[in-house]
Ligand binder design. Structure first.
Ligand code: KIV
Length: 290
């Protein structure tokens, strides 16, 4: 396998028409498709992706929305958190994900420091992700504090996904605790979500909040709510792909489900390769030119 197009040819393609989530086989999923899915009561999956090859696998599997999350900090770039990720890094990897896909809506995260100064900086960063990486939408963290930025970006024609609850860019103030547990905090979350919707956000991500609160937010909004660690009653779910596929080392959060043991499989493959090189079994005659 030498190229992405070769990988695509080998892939199974989108063979389940129900996996179109209101979109079409011939074009990218749009924010309108996701709005219609909510109207129809159809749930949909979202995954993160940080490179072209992996993104092409998820695209072929029919995942309608791929998030180039700043979780790339922990899962791809070797940082301790999402905080150090730069807009340059995001732009480069988001462009790779866009190149690797033909159908998914690709959402790029606005990185820490690329929108907190105010709406104009936020619009400049969002515009860069759209023009240079080709993403179809951006995501930013925060409810009320990010409303003006959301409104300006949406007004300029770029769809915005809001991220509420546990917002990893605030790890230094929030830690990794479940958010919205008290009655007051839950009501604030509902208010933040409604405000994001009123500012024009096309969807809201709710991270690490009690299932009952997520269900209430989902009922209160006419835009889709995407849950992660937010129970089963949201319109969509998102997982970090390295958690979902079992590549992440060490402890993973309780809310993720591991569908594969990729870390073990890759390690086994690497050990088998090493043994064959050391023992002289690789390369064999079929891998050799004369
Ligand atoms: O960066 C990311 O992967 C995210 C998801 C956890 C929603 O923001």
């Amino acid at each position: 396998m030498t190229s992405l197009s070769a990988a695509r040819e080998q892939g199974k393609g989108l063979d389940n028409p129900k996996a179109l989530y209101g979109g079409s086989r011939n074009r990218r999923v749009s924010v309108r498709d996701l709005a219609l899915a909510k109207e129809r009561g159809e749930r949909w999956p979202m995954l993160t992706a940080y490179d072209a090859m992996t993104a092409s696998v998820f695209d072929e599997a029919g995942i309608p929305v791929l998030l180039v999350g700043d979780s790339m900090g922990n899962c791809h770039l070797g940082y301790e958190s999402t905080v150090p990720v730069t807009l340059d890094e995001m732009t480069m990897l988001a462009a790779a994900v866009v190149r690797g896909t033909s159908r998914a809506l690709v959402v790029g995260d606005l990185t820490f420091g690329s929108y907190q100064e105010g709406p104009v900086q936020a619009l400049r960063s969002a515009t860069r992700l759209v023009k240079e990486a080709g993403v179809g939408a951006v995501k930013l963290e925060g409810g009320e504090r990010s409303l003006a930025a959301t409104a300006l970006i949406v007004e300029s024609g770029i769809p915005v996904m809001a991220h509420l609850g546990l917002t990893p860019q605030s790890v230094n103030t929030l830690g990794h605790r479940v958010q919205g547990r008290s009655e007051e905090a839950a009501q604030q979350l509902v208010r933040d979500a409604k405000a994001a919707q009123d500012a024009g956000a096309f969807a809201v991500v709710l991270e690490l909040v009690p299932a009952e609160v997520a269900a209430e937010v989902t009922r209160s909004l006419h835009i889709p709510v995407v849950g992660i660690g937010a129970g089963p009653d949201t319109d969509a779910q998102v997982l970090v792909w390295t958690d979902m596929a079992g590549l992440t080392g060490g402890k993973v959060p309780r809310f993720t489900k591991q569908y594969l043991d990729l870390r073990r499989s890759l390690g086994d493959a690497a050990r088998a390769y090493a043994e064959e090189v050391v023992g002289g079994a690789f390369p064999a005659e079929e891998h050799t030119f004369h």
